[in-house]
Design a binder for this molecule. Structure first.
Ligand code: UT7
Length: 353
Protein backbone atom coordinates (compact mmCIF):
# COMPACT_ATOMS: atom_id res chain seq x y z
CA UNK A 1 0.00 0.00 0.00
CA UNK A 2 1.64 3.31 -1.06
CA UNK A 3 1.93 6.14 1.44
CA UNK A 4 -0.28 8.32 -0.71
CA UNK A 5 -0.15 11.40 -2.87
CA UNK A 6 -0.93 14.26 -0.53
CA UNK A 7 -1.39 16.94 -3.16
CA UNK A 8 -5.16 16.46 -3.30
CA UNK A 9 -5.43 16.17 0.45
CA UNK A 10 -3.31 19.30 0.81
CA UNK A 11 -6.01 21.35 -0.90
CA UNK A 12 -8.45 20.49 1.88
CA UNK A 13 -8.90 23.55 4.05
CA UNK A 14 -6.41 25.71 2.11
CA UNK A 15 -7.19 29.43 2.21
CA UNK A 16 -8.61 29.31 5.74
CA UNK A 17 -6.31 31.39 7.87
CA UNK A 18 -5.35 31.59 11.53
CA UNK A 19 -7.49 28.82 12.85
CA UNK A 20 -6.88 27.62 16.39
CA UNK A 21 -5.78 23.99 16.87
CA UNK A 22 -8.25 22.46 19.33
CA UNK A 23 -8.04 19.02 20.97
CA UNK A 24 -11.22 17.14 20.07
CA UNK A 25 -10.40 13.77 21.57
CA UNK A 26 -7.62 11.87 23.32
CA UNK A 27 -6.89 8.19 23.89
CA UNK A 28 -4.24 5.95 25.41
CA UNK A 29 -3.32 2.32 25.18
CA UNK A 30 -0.76 0.12 26.90
CA UNK A 31 -0.12 -3.56 26.26
CA UNK A 32 -1.54 -5.98 28.84
CA UNK A 33 1.78 -7.28 30.23
CA UNK A 34 2.69 -5.52 33.50
CA UNK A 35 6.37 -5.77 34.47
CA UNK A 36 7.10 -4.92 38.11
CA UNK A 37 10.45 -3.79 39.45
CA UNK A 38 10.67 -7.06 41.30
CA UNK A 39 10.32 -8.99 38.02
CA UNK A 40 13.36 -7.16 36.61
CA UNK A 41 15.56 -8.56 39.39
CA UNK A 42 15.42 -12.00 37.78
CA UNK A 43 17.45 -10.70 34.80
CA UNK A 44 19.70 -8.00 36.25
CA UNK A 45 21.34 -6.85 39.45
CA UNK A 46 18.84 -4.23 40.62
CA UNK A 47 16.19 -3.81 43.29
CA UNK A 48 12.69 -2.45 43.70
CA UNK A 49 14.07 -0.02 46.28
CA UNK A 50 16.77 1.38 43.95
CA UNK A 51 14.34 1.87 41.07
CA UNK A 52 11.67 3.55 43.23
CA UNK A 53 14.16 5.82 44.99
CA UNK A 54 16.06 6.91 41.88
CA UNK A 55 13.18 7.11 39.40
CA UNK A 56 9.80 6.79 41.15
CA UNK A 57 8.89 3.89 38.86
CA UNK A 58 6.97 0.93 40.35
CA UNK A 59 5.94 -0.88 37.17
CA UNK A 60 5.81 -0.49 33.41
CA UNK A 61 4.00 -2.22 30.50
CA UNK A 62 5.81 -4.32 27.91
CA UNK A 63 4.41 -5.94 24.80
CA UNK A 64 4.01 -9.73 25.15
CA UNK A 65 6.98 -11.67 23.83
CA UNK A 66 6.83 -13.04 20.29
CA UNK A 67 3.65 -11.28 19.17
CA UNK A 68 5.20 -8.86 16.63
CA UNK A 69 3.47 -5.82 18.09
CA UNK A 70 4.90 -2.49 16.92
CA UNK A 71 4.19 1.11 17.85
CA UNK A 72 1.70 1.36 14.97
CA UNK A 73 -0.35 -1.39 16.68
CA UNK A 74 -0.38 0.35 20.05
CA UNK A 75 -0.99 3.64 18.24
CA UNK A 76 -3.94 2.13 16.42
CA UNK A 77 -5.64 1.22 19.72
CA UNK A 78 -5.04 4.67 21.19
CA UNK A 79 -6.21 6.29 17.93
CA UNK A 80 -9.48 4.36 17.90
CA UNK A 81 -10.32 5.73 21.35
CA UNK A 82 -9.31 9.29 20.44
CA UNK A 83 -11.26 9.16 17.15
CA UNK A 84 -14.38 7.91 18.94
CA UNK A 85 -14.18 10.70 21.53
CA UNK A 86 -13.68 13.27 18.76
CA UNK A 87 -16.66 11.88 16.87
CA UNK A 88 -14.43 11.30 13.82
CA UNK A 89 -14.11 8.36 11.50
CA UNK A 90 -10.67 7.62 10.00
CA UNK A 91 -11.76 9.21 6.72
CA UNK A 92 -12.09 12.57 8.50
CA UNK A 93 -8.32 12.68 9.01
CA UNK A 94 -6.38 15.07 6.72
CA UNK A 95 -2.95 14.17 8.09
CA UNK A 96 -1.36 11.69 10.49
CA UNK A 97 1.64 12.77 12.55
CA UNK A 98 3.41 9.88 14.26
CA UNK A 99 6.06 10.52 16.93
CA UNK A 100 8.25 7.57 17.86
CA UNK A 101 11.87 6.70 18.54
CA UNK A 102 11.14 2.99 18.15
CA UNK A 103 9.60 2.73 14.66
CA UNK A 104 8.05 -0.59 13.59
CA UNK A 105 10.92 -0.95 11.09
CA UNK A 106 13.94 1.15 10.07
CA UNK A 107 11.88 2.34 7.10
CA UNK A 108 9.12 3.21 6.17
CA UNK A 109 7.73 5.30 8.99
CA UNK A 110 5.20 3.98 11.48
CA UNK A 111 2.69 6.62 10.35
CA UNK A 112 2.33 4.74 7.05
CA UNK A 113 1.62 1.48 8.89
CA UNK A 114 -0.95 3.21 11.09
CA UNK A 115 -2.56 4.84 8.06
CA UNK A 116 -3.05 1.43 6.44
CA UNK A 117 -4.28 -0.17 9.67
CA UNK A 118 -6.87 2.59 9.99
CA UNK A 119 -8.19 1.48 6.59
CA UNK A 120 -7.13 4.67 4.84
CA UNK A 121 -6.14 4.92 1.20
CA UNK A 122 -3.84 7.89 0.51
CA UNK A 123 -4.10 10.12 3.59
CA UNK A 124 -0.62 11.61 4.20
CA UNK A 125 1.42 10.37 7.15
CA UNK A 126 4.46 12.03 8.67
CA UNK A 127 6.87 10.46 11.18
CA UNK A 128 8.86 12.64 13.52
CA UNK A 129 11.98 11.57 15.43
CA UNK A 130 12.16 13.88 18.40
CA UNK A 131 12.20 11.14 21.05
CA UNK A 132 10.98 12.34 24.46
CA UNK A 133 10.24 15.79 23.01
CA UNK A 134 8.10 14.21 20.28
CA UNK A 135 4.83 15.43 21.71
CA UNK A 136 6.04 19.03 21.99
CA UNK A 137 7.45 19.09 18.44
CA UNK A 138 4.41 17.22 17.09
CA UNK A 139 1.87 19.59 18.62
CA UNK A 140 3.79 22.54 17.25
CA UNK A 141 3.95 20.98 13.78
CA UNK A 142 0.22 20.13 13.90
CA UNK A 143 -0.56 23.70 14.92
CA UNK A 144 1.49 25.06 12.01
CA UNK A 145 -0.25 22.76 9.50
CA UNK A 146 -3.66 23.77 10.82
CA UNK A 147 -2.90 27.50 10.91
CA UNK A 148 -1.50 27.41 7.37
CA UNK A 149 -4.68 25.74 6.13
CA UNK A 150 -2.79 22.68 4.86
CA UNK A 151 -4.76 20.28 7.05
CA UNK A 152 -7.74 20.80 9.28
CA UNK A 153 -8.12 17.49 11.10
CA UNK A 154 -4.91 15.90 12.34
CA UNK A 155 -4.47 12.61 14.14
CA UNK A 156 -1.33 12.95 16.23
CA UNK A 157 0.06 9.79 17.83
CA UNK A 158 3.00 9.23 20.16
CA UNK A 159 3.80 5.54 20.49
CA UNK A 160 6.71 3.38 21.56
CA UNK A 161 7.64 -0.28 21.80
CA UNK A 162 10.92 0.00 23.70
CA UNK A 163 10.94 -3.28 25.60
CA UNK A 164 12.06 -5.33 22.59
CA UNK A 165 15.30 -3.31 22.35
CA UNK A 166 16.37 -3.23 25.98
CA UNK A 167 19.52 -4.84 27.31
CA UNK A 168 17.96 -6.55 30.30
CA UNK A 169 21.30 -7.81 31.61
CA UNK A 170 23.08 -5.87 34.39
CA UNK A 171 25.10 -4.05 31.69
CA UNK A 172 21.93 -2.20 30.58
CA UNK A 173 20.23 -1.75 33.95
CA UNK A 174 20.47 2.05 34.17
CA UNK A 175 18.35 2.35 31.00
CA UNK A 176 16.28 -0.82 30.98
CA UNK A 177 14.58 -0.20 34.32
CA UNK A 178 13.24 3.13 33.06
CA UNK A 179 11.56 2.43 29.75
CA UNK A 180 8.06 1.12 29.05
CA UNK A 181 5.75 0.61 26.07
CA UNK A 182 2.57 2.55 25.34
CA UNK A 183 0.72 4.94 23.07
CA UNK A 184 -1.25 8.15 23.29
CA UNK A 185 -3.32 9.78 20.56
CA UNK A 186 -4.81 13.23 20.10
CA UNK A 187 -7.30 14.47 17.49
CA UNK A 188 -6.63 18.11 16.66
CA UNK A 189 -9.00 20.26 14.66
CA UNK A 190 -8.75 23.78 13.27
CA UNK A 191 -11.50 26.00 14.65
CA UNK A 192 -12.16 29.59 13.61
CA UNK A 193 -12.49 31.62 16.82
CA UNK A 194 -11.34 34.94 18.26
CA UNK A 195 -10.97 33.41 21.70
CA UNK A 196 -7.53 32.78 23.16
CA UNK A 197 -7.85 28.97 23.05
CA UNK A 198 -6.02 25.96 21.64
CA UNK A 199 -2.27 25.88 21.21
CA UNK A 200 -1.38 29.38 22.24
CA UNK A 201 2.40 29.28 22.56
CA UNK A 202 5.28 26.92 21.94
CA UNK A 203 9.04 26.86 22.27
CA UNK A 204 11.31 24.32 20.57
CA UNK A 205 15.01 23.72 21.10
CA UNK A 206 17.71 21.31 19.98
CA UNK A 207 21.39 21.04 20.88
CA UNK A 208 23.17 18.44 18.75
CA UNK A 209 26.36 19.08 20.71
CA UNK A 210 24.97 16.59 23.24
CA UNK A 211 23.74 13.98 20.75
CA UNK A 212 25.97 11.30 22.27
CA UNK A 213 24.47 11.76 25.76
CA UNK A 214 21.52 9.60 24.73
CA UNK A 215 22.03 7.56 21.61
CA UNK A 216 21.14 4.28 19.92
CA UNK A 217 23.83 3.95 17.28
CA UNK A 218 23.01 0.87 15.22
CA UNK A 219 22.26 0.23 12.43
CA UNK A 220 24.21 3.29 11.37
CA UNK A 221 24.52 4.53 7.77
CA UNK A 222 27.77 6.29 8.63
CA UNK A 223 29.36 2.92 9.40
CA UNK A 224 30.33 0.39 6.75
CA UNK A 225 29.08 -2.21 7.39
CA UNK A 226 26.12 -0.63 9.17
CA UNK A 227 26.09 -3.42 11.70
CA UNK A 228 28.38 -6.36 12.48
CA UNK A 229 28.53 -9.22 14.94
CA UNK A 230 31.35 -7.49 16.80
CA UNK A 231 29.32 -4.29 17.20
CA UNK A 232 26.41 -6.33 18.52
CA UNK A 233 28.65 -8.07 21.04
CA UNK A 234 29.74 -4.61 22.21
CA UNK A 235 26.05 -3.76 22.74
CA UNK A 236 26.07 -0.81 20.35
CA UNK A 237 22.59 -1.72 19.11
CA UNK A 238 21.23 -0.85 22.57
CA UNK A 239 20.53 2.67 23.74
CA UNK A 240 23.31 4.36 25.69
CA UNK A 241 22.55 7.17 28.12
CA UNK A 242 24.81 9.33 30.23
CA UNK A 243 22.04 9.46 32.83
CA UNK A 244 23.60 12.02 35.16
CA UNK A 245 24.33 14.45 32.35
CA UNK A 246 20.83 14.14 30.83
CA UNK A 247 19.33 14.53 34.31
CA UNK A 248 21.19 17.81 34.90
CA UNK A 249 20.30 19.15 31.45
CA UNK A 250 16.65 18.27 32.06
CA UNK A 251 16.33 20.07 35.37
CA UNK A 252 18.00 23.21 34.00
CA UNK A 253 16.29 23.30 30.60
CA UNK A 254 12.77 22.40 31.74
CA UNK A 255 12.70 25.31 34.20
CA UNK A 256 14.09 27.69 31.57
CA UNK A 257 11.72 26.64 28.80
CA UNK A 258 8.64 26.74 31.04
CA UNK A 259 9.47 30.30 32.08
CA UNK A 260 10.24 31.40 28.52
CA UNK A 261 6.99 29.94 27.15
CA UNK A 262 4.85 31.48 29.91
CA UNK A 263 6.55 34.82 29.34
CA UNK A 264 5.83 34.69 25.57
CA UNK A 265 2.19 33.83 26.32
CA UNK A 266 1.94 36.60 28.95
CA UNK A 267 0.92 34.06 31.59
CA UNK A 268 2.20 33.52 35.11
CA UNK A 269 2.67 30.09 36.72
CA UNK A 270 -0.47 30.79 38.79
CA UNK A 271 -2.47 31.06 35.57
CA UNK A 272 -1.39 27.56 34.45
CA UNK A 273 -3.77 24.97 35.92
CA UNK A 274 -1.56 21.96 35.34
CA UNK A 275 1.99 21.31 34.18
CA UNK A 276 2.30 18.01 32.30
CA UNK A 277 5.98 17.16 31.91
CA UNK A 278 7.45 14.23 30.03
CA UNK A 279 7.73 11.27 32.41
CA UNK A 280 11.46 10.46 32.41
CA UNK A 281 12.16 10.36 36.12
CA UNK A 282 9.99 11.49 39.05
CA UNK A 283 13.03 13.20 40.59
CA UNK A 284 13.52 15.31 37.46
CA UNK A 285 9.92 16.52 37.64
CA UNK A 286 10.19 17.24 41.36
CA UNK A 287 13.41 19.19 40.81
CA UNK A 288 11.79 21.07 37.93
CA UNK A 289 8.84 22.01 40.18
CA UNK A 290 11.22 23.29 42.87
CA UNK A 291 13.28 25.23 40.31
CA UNK A 292 10.33 27.45 39.42
CA UNK A 293 8.60 27.32 42.82
CA UNK A 294 5.62 25.23 41.77
CA UNK A 295 3.58 23.36 44.35
CA UNK A 296 3.97 19.63 43.64
CA UNK A 297 0.24 19.14 43.04
CA UNK A 298 0.45 21.41 39.99
CA UNK A 299 2.78 18.94 38.25
CA UNK A 300 1.18 15.78 36.86
CA UNK A 301 3.09 12.53 37.30
CA UNK A 302 2.15 8.98 36.40
CA UNK A 303 5.62 7.52 35.79
CA UNK A 304 5.04 5.29 38.82
CA UNK A 305 2.70 3.10 36.73
CA UNK A 306 4.02 3.51 33.17
CA UNK A 307 7.75 4.08 33.38
CA UNK A 308 9.21 6.32 30.68
CA UNK A 309 7.22 5.86 27.47
CA UNK A 310 9.19 8.52 25.54
CA UNK A 311 6.96 10.10 22.82
CA UNK A 312 3.87 8.50 24.35
CA UNK A 313 4.37 9.79 27.88
CA UNK A 314 2.73 13.22 27.55
CA UNK A 315 -0.32 12.12 25.50
CA UNK A 316 -0.88 9.25 27.96
CA UNK A 317 -0.60 11.71 30.86
CA UNK A 318 -2.92 14.17 29.13
CA UNK A 319 -5.54 11.50 28.57
CA UNK A 320 -5.33 10.42 32.22
CA UNK A 321 -5.45 13.99 33.53
CA UNK A 322 -8.63 14.61 31.51
CA UNK A 323 -10.14 11.33 32.76
CA UNK A 324 -9.28 12.30 36.36
CA UNK A 325 -11.01 15.70 35.84
CA UNK A 326 -7.78 17.49 36.72
CA UNK A 327 -8.23 19.50 33.53
CA UNK A 328 -11.19 20.25 31.31
CA UNK A 329 -13.21 23.20 30.04
CA UNK A 330 -11.34 26.46 30.53
CA UNK A 331 -8.12 24.88 31.84
CA UNK A 332 -4.69 26.04 30.77
CA UNK A 333 -2.00 23.37 30.55
CA UNK A 334 1.74 23.60 29.98
CA UNK A 335 3.36 20.54 28.39
CA UNK A 336 7.16 20.26 28.51
CA UNK A 337 9.88 17.74 27.76
CA UNK A 338 13.58 17.13 27.25
CA UNK A 339 15.13 14.12 25.56
CA UNK A 340 17.64 12.74 23.10
CA UNK A 341 19.07 15.16 20.59
CA UNK A 342 19.24 16.89 22.97
CA UNK A 343 15.85 18.35 22.23
CA UNK A 344 13.53 20.18 24.58
CA UNK A 345 10.53 22.46 24.48
CA UNK A 346 7.15 23.46 25.88
CA UNK A 347 3.62 24.11 24.64
CA UNK A 348 0.83 26.02 26.37
CA UNK A 349 -2.67 24.83 25.53
CA UNK A 350 -5.97 26.33 26.66
CA UNK A 351 -9.19 24.33 26.61
CA UNK A 352 -12.27 26.25 25.46
CA UNK A 353 -14.84 27.13 28.20
O1 UT7 B 1 13.53 10.36 28.79
C1 UT7 B 1 14.67 10.74 28.11
C2 UT7 B 1 15.59 11.50 28.96
N1 UT7 B 1 16.11 10.67 29.99
C3 UT7 B 1 16.22 11.13 31.22
O2 UT7 B 1 15.82 12.22 31.47
C4 UT7 B 1 16.88 10.25 32.24
C5 UT7 B 1 17.82 11.06 33.09
N2 UT7 B 1 18.62 10.29 34.00
C6 UT7 B 1 18.10 9.54 35.04
O3 UT7 B 1 16.91 9.42 35.18
C7 UT7 B 1 19.06 8.92 36.02
O4 UT7 B 1 20.35 9.37 35.76
C8 UT7 B 1 19.04 7.36 36.05
C9 UT7 B 1 17.76 6.87 36.65
C10 UT7 B 1 19.24 6.81 34.65
C11 UT7 B 1 20.18 6.85 36.92
O5 UT7 B 1 20.03 7.37 38.22
P1 UT7 B 1 21.25 8.09 38.95
O6 UT7 B 1 20.76 8.49 40.26
O7 UT7 B 1 21.76 9.17 38.04
O8 UT7 B 1 22.27 6.91 39.10
P2 UT7 B 1 23.75 6.79 38.51
O9 UT7 B 1 23.75 6.52 37.05
O10 UT7 B 1 24.55 7.95 39.02
O11 UT7 B 1 24.26 5.49 39.23
C12 UT7 B 1 24.38 5.43 40.66
C13 UT7 B 1 24.77 4.00 41.04
C14 UT7 B 1 25.90 3.45 40.21
O12 UT7 B 1 26.67 2.61 41.04
P3 UT7 B 1 28.04 3.15 41.69
O13 UT7 B 1 28.93 3.50 40.52
O14 UT7 B 1 27.67 4.34 42.50
O15 UT7 B 1 28.52 1.99 42.49
C15 UT7 B 1 25.21 2.58 39.17
O16 UT7 B 1 26.02 1.54 38.70
O17 UT7 B 1 23.66 3.12 40.81
C16 UT7 B 1 24.04 2.04 39.96
N3 UT7 B 1 22.91 1.67 39.13
C17 UT7 B 1 21.98 0.80 39.54
N4 UT7 B 1 21.85 0.07 40.66
C18 UT7 B 1 20.77 -0.72 40.76
C19 UT7 B 1 22.57 2.13 37.91
N5 UT7 B 1 21.43 1.57 37.49
C20 UT7 B 1 21.04 0.74 38.50
C21 UT7 B 1 19.93 -0.12 38.66
N6 UT7 B 1 19.84 -0.82 39.81
N7 UT7 B 1 18.96 -0.24 37.73
Amino acid sequence: MPCGDNRNKAKKGRGISMKKAIIKGTGRYVPPRVVTNHELTQWMDTSDEWIRQRTGIEQRYWVPEGDEIGPSDLGLEASRIALKRAGWTPSDIDLIIFATMTPDVYLPGSGCYLQYKLGLDTTPALDIRQQCTGFIYGLTIANAFIRSGFANRILFVGSEVQSTALDISTRGRDISVIFGDGAGAVCLEGVETDEQVGIIESTLNAQGEFASALIMELPSSRLNPRISEEMILEGRHYAFMDGRSVFKHAVKRLGEVAKETMEKAGLSAEEIDLFIPHQANLRINQAFARSINLPEEKVFNNIQRYGNTTAASIPIALDEAIEMNLIGNGSTVLFLALGAGLTWGAVIYKFAD
